[in-house]
Design a protein around this ligand. Structure first.
Ligand code: RP5
Length: 159
């Protein structure tokens, strides 16, 4: 006997599975995080580069110092959620990229940012991001150069 659902186009039991598969396909590959809303104007530029290249991303504000549990949860779940790279921007004592690398084995690209309170024009953030201990690597792009983080993420994804 012919399945009536197949004839009418009504929802069958297999369709929810197909919907989940579609969700996974649309999942972001790059997570862009930053320590403060004030970092957004610069960090959005990483997203613009990714968009230009057709790479899906998500963008979130979470501070390593002010929201440590949120950062830990986000980074621990990142791979499971389908993310392949984390881009983390922060200024001052820029702990966010290093903390991300401590909680995830995904590649982390750090973006040092200058701000009103920066010491030495932003050298504080550069050193905070570059000087990671052996075994916990963070790639670092130039000061206030989030676009390069987008380009580097695209290159990593293309390898
Ligand atoms: C860092 O301190 C942030 O990443 C930002 O670059 C800087 C200033 O933050 P706000 O005082 O604007 O929140 O944590």
């Amino acid at each position: 006997m012919t399945d009536p659902a197949a004839q009418t186009g009504a929802i069958t039991e297999t369709e929810p599975e197909a919907e989940f598969a579609d969700l996974a396909v649309d999942a972001p590959l790059v997570g862009i995080i930053m320590g403060s809303k004030s970092d957004l104007p610069e960090m959005e530029k990483a997203g613009e580069v990714l968009s230009e290249k057709g790479i899906r991303y998500e963008i979130r504000v979470m501070s390593a110092h002010r929201d440590p549990d949120t950062v830990a949860d986000y980074c621990r779940n990142a791979r499971m959620r389908g993310l392949r790279i984390i881009i983390a921007g922060a200024g001052l004592s820029a702990a966010l990229p290093g903390v991300a690398a401590a909680h995830s084995d995904l590649p982390v690209i750090g973006v040092p940012l200058s701000s009103r309170l920066s010491a030495l024009g932003g050298l504080d953030a550069i050193l905070s991001i570059v000087q990671m201990p052996p075994g916990v690597p963070v790639a670092c792009v130039g000061l206030d150069n989030a676009r390069n983080a987008g380009h580097l993420a695209a290159r990593i994804l293309a390898t």
